[in-house]
Ligand binder design. Sequence first.
Ligand code: DON
Length: 601
Amino acid sequence: MRPLLDLLKERKLIRWVVAYLPVASLSAFLILACSEPPSWRDAVAAGWPYSLDAAAVEATGGIVVSTDRYASSVGADVLKAGGNAIDAAVATAFALAVVNPEAGNVGGGGFMVIRLADGTTAALDFRERAPGAASRDMYLDETGELTDASRVGHRAVGVPGSVAGLWEAHGRFGALPWSSLLAPAIKLAEGFEVRERQAKSLLHYAEDLAQYPHTAEIFLPGGEPPAVGDTLVQADLARTLRRIQQQGRDGFYTGETARLVAEEMERHGGLITEQDLASYEAAWREPVEFSYRNHKIIGMAPTSSGGLTLAAMLKILEGYELSEMAWHSPAMIHLLAEAWKRAYADRNEYLGDPDFVDNTRVQLVSSEYGAERRASISLERATPSTEVAPGLGPYEAEQNTTHLSVVDPAGNAVSMTTTINSFYGIKAVVGGAGFILNNEMEDFSAKPGTANMFGLVQGEANAIAPGKRMLSAMTPTIVTRPDGSLFFVVGSPGGATIITNVSQNIMNMVDYRMNVVESVHAPRLHHQHLPDRIDYERGALDSATIAALEAMGHTLRERHSEQSLYPFIGDIQAIMVLPDGTRVGVSDPRRGGAAVGYHRQ
Ligand code: DON
């Protein structure tokens, strides 16, 4: 006590306090400010299953992120061997066709968005096409009612585009020899050790896969799905891949593979002929490019609706200061739902295959569009979807698609999503060729104005016609910073939820300054105009937020099915590039993929 009294007497303490208090309080403030988690974290419930602080994979060299560790490793090895991002994407995609048969494919199609280190961009459409014998009402019965033939059985199969797409991308941008990019996939097809990812998926779908003997022979050897540690051999697929390795595109679209596909179709009443295959072409499109809060978004053009619908959503939302609103607050979610609803209404009405439809009737990428759509949004009340556009329908889907992202050491980037639509497509492999066929015809409006399996109520623009491509929601996307540097590469499966999922990741990173782990791991929401409902992942919203949104007129539903293999929304594969060039890769914990990268030597 004595020294303190002395200090007081001499007024030393007062002088000390006056001198140091500002410094001390500033330091205390800084410590508090730095240790305080960002406010958006408060909106993530304590029980949320995915850690916002999970470790990411960092690389100063190349990096590949996909839904499967085998496939990502194949891609990373290609980069290490001097391949560029396009080479790595090609090799990873072929590997996914082997180790991720639920979605990876040569029997499906997809989209690739490319941004080279010098800023050149490109977008490749290798979406499946309707066979020549397809017709507008081919899935209606005599009474005009929809049948399930657009998703079940061989009439549901669209002419595959994946091999043509990978061949085309490699032909224009690849650096390593084509054959070297097939070699790892062939090796995996000759036999790979089953990991938990494959065992779980094959067990879940065993009953469906058992329907077709050729499929069962491969994926249920001895009548059972393989267990972890077993070797899965896909000898027919290895032979198909070897034909593609040796003959390129022709190894799939002509000769033996084409003959096997045509025979499979004849055996099961499918429509695809050797002529359909021979005439398939991938198509380069102008990428959809637009700005969002001074960042440039490079997205996929139709036949995917991904880029234009993403633009529509973000152009509406750009007019609100989201960063000043608490993340996942009722006010913020209300605006997302209103924007998504309007963007989806326009997508469903106007978009379709650009070879058949003029997709520029509404300028979805323009700020004027955003302003016009915003004008009908009330800040207090939900606009019923019936007042945004007519029609209603159910939706629940078992579907599958897969995304991969690559950044190579030079800074070239690829964002690519491919699909066979449902998990394991129609569940049938092509006899003798060993690959699973898609059920992509389901993505057309088989009966315009009626919901498809994603609940999407689409219009005439997406009606079936011979040779036409079905509209997609796949949204492979690349984002650059205001200074023009590469910011992040992103994409996901998830049917209609893909576009809202990608839009949330862009808002998370641009408006809420999340890092890429936080952005991918954070809970997700969805609205697609019809049904008129906000879906939320289990644990994403608390009861007060739900009640506040209901009071505004929204309907909400927890989107979680215990029966589903993957009950949460989407499977983002993302890479963020830090300003110092470090690549940070995150594979969505919702399905179990992996980022694989390496450091510069
Ligand atoms: O192209 C489309 O929009 C759909 N075929 C995508 C399906 C899908 O993402 C399913 N994934 N879980």
